[in-house]
Write a protein that binds this ligand. Structure first.
Ligand code: NAD
Length: 480
């Protein structure tokens, strides 16, 4: 059988770019099929624009709070946000420039424009042309899930796919869903002067996060002016002239919220349409493509990775899975998936970083044998100099003193957590972090302070220290 490529990657987002570069590096002929812009959701409508908008929000907040730092300007600062979205789009473009079709072709990766449809297990059709490959990796990503709410389709609702296309910021927005997208965009837009209401059907935002940390975060966001309605469902959406009426229902009854824009952020659905997966025997379910622990689908020469597989829908998990899928697709004896060290960060203000188990999950699994070492940001000198006092680090160890979970709410939590992630990955006892010199004054000292508690706890239980304490206790009682 003659093939055009060793590997065809369907989808040019985070997973597709990593898988194709890996294949090229391993000396294989490879092409990406992409129907839209390379970079996928991450570059164009997700991670990159959202982080750019968050930065704009932080700058706006700092500018409005000059007096906190002993500064003032002549008269009040009147913030004009008209160019904010232009700025965000310029950042998208800057990142996109690193992986344009031309750039990829220069390296030797083929780029085929269009939507792929499987004809058989080795052939796809793109724009009427057939292309054949020995192996395939499907990494078509996910799209916003839009719930069926009465009247929602009668308004121009936003999702992450069109939010960053706005010319100017609205005066108000209702965000349906208090998950990662809802929480991040609420912070950014609120900092930029937009009146924000979050409607979340669960009893709190960010349900996969540590309860105590979410409580602190929610209280802080409310203090900053964000309205958070929990245990609340949106039951109806209706147009009212230029505005939208959102009817929310909680246990007390219905209330209407009048808003200029609505952002839907209630989760994702896998992009499976048009691939003809059923036709060639690739098994799927409502969460996406089914694979084994080597990311091989039910059709042996076809692999899949990223959001279209799940369960963790993050760009960095797509990177991780792309390497597993790529190695297994191209060579025998490839690695298996291992989700023991999954990590993520939600870029709220302050950030909420997550590695391993939350305290609640750890207690469920290991009972009261776990130890939780806690350090508030308010006790760090760096938080005092920077006025970033809101936050708490929780370091959860099993009975052998090894980290099984780390949850950090606070400034730069997404950076701070990587030190402990490394320790967790290499199974280093948490107390040992206390031996490591940490620069003062940094946020990373949070880890060092918490590790001191683990170190002292370990010393207290050391047999030699126990005997010494007993003896000195005897002397003390004799003296009396
Ligand atoms: P999500 O799953 O994180 O949160 C959706 C939220 O919407 C949940 O809290 C859910 O209870 C709520 N919800 C569902 N239906 C609702 C309804 N009808 N009314 C009110 N609330 C409702 O989904 P998302 O925020 O859309 O994010 C999508 C994916 O992108 C997630 O997997 C997320 O982890 C990922 N993401 C990651 C980051 C990051 O890593 N920093 C940032 C943004 C998004």
């Amino acid at each position: 059988m003659v093939f055009d490529y060793d590997l065809i990657v369907i989808g040019g987002g985070s997973g597709g770019l990593v898988a194709s570069k890996l294949a090229l590096g391993l000396g294989k002929s490879v092409a990406i099929v992409e129907k839209d812009r390379l970079g996928g959701e991450c570059t164009n409508t997700g991670c990159v624009p959202s982080k750019a908008l968050i930065k704009c929000g932080q700058v706006a907040r700092d500018a409005q709070n000059l007096n906190k730092y002993g500064l003032s300007n002549q008269g009040a600062i009147a913030l004009n946000t008209d160019k904010v979205m232009d700025h965000v789009r310029s950042i998208i473009q800057e990142v996109y420039q690193t992986h344009t079709p031309e750039k990829l072709r220069e390296t030797g990766i083929g780029v085929i424009k269009g939507a792929a449809r499987f004809i058989d297990r080795n052939t796809i059709e793109v724009g009427g042309k057939r292309v054949r490959a020995k192996k395939f990796i499907i990494t078509t990503g996910s799209s916003p899930f839009v719930p069926s709410i009465d009247g929602l389709d009668t308004v121009d609702y936003l999702t992450n796919e069109n939010l960053f296309e706005l010319d100017t910021l609205p005066e108000s927005i209702v965000i349906i869903g208090g998950g990662a997208i809802g929480a991040e965009m609420a912070c950014a837009l609120n900092n930029l002067g937009v009146k924000v209401t979050i409607v979340e059907m669960q009893d709190r935002m960010l349900v996969h996060e540590d309860e105590e940390l979410v409580e602190i975060l929610q209280a802080h966001l409310r203090e900053q002016g964000i309205t958070i309605l929990t245990n609340t469902a949106v039951v109806q959406v209706a147009k009212d002239g230029e505005r939208v009426v959102i009817t929310c229902k909680d246990e007390k009854g219905n209330q209407d919220v009048l808003t200029e824009k609505v952002l839907v952020a209630v989760g994702r659905q896998p992009n499976l349409d048009g691939l003809n997966l059923d036709g060639i025997g690739v098994k799927t379910n409502k969460r996406g493509i089914e694979t084994n622990n080597k990311l091989q689908t039910s059709v042996p020469n076809i692999y899949a990775c990223g959001d279209v597989v799940g369960p963790y829908q993050f760009s960095h998990m797509a990177f991780y899975q792309a390497v597993i899928a790529g190695r297994n697709a191209l060579f025998p004896f490839g690695p298996k998936l291992n989700y023991d060290n999954v990590i993520w960060c939600t870029f709220t203000g302050p950030e909420l970083a997550h590695a391993g188990l939350t305290e609640q999950e750890a207690r469920k699994k290991f009972g009261d044998s776990i130890q939780v070492f806690r350090k508030p940001y308010s006790e760090l000198d760096r938080s005092k100099t920077d006025d970033t006092m809101v936050g708490l680090g929780k370091f959860i160890c099993d009975k052998s003193g090894r980290l099984i979970g780390v949850q950090i709410l606070g400034a730069r939590a997404g950076e701070v957590i990587h030190e402990v992630q490394l320790g967790k990955y290499y199974n280093i006892k948490f107390a040992k972090f206390y031996n490591v010199i940490h620069a003062y004054p940094t946020y990373s000292e949070l880890v060092w302070h918490a590790a001191r508690m683990a170190y002292v706890e370990g010393l207290k239980n050391h047999p030699v220290v126990k005997i010494a304490n007993k003896i000195s206790g005897l002397f003390r009682s004799k003296k009396k």
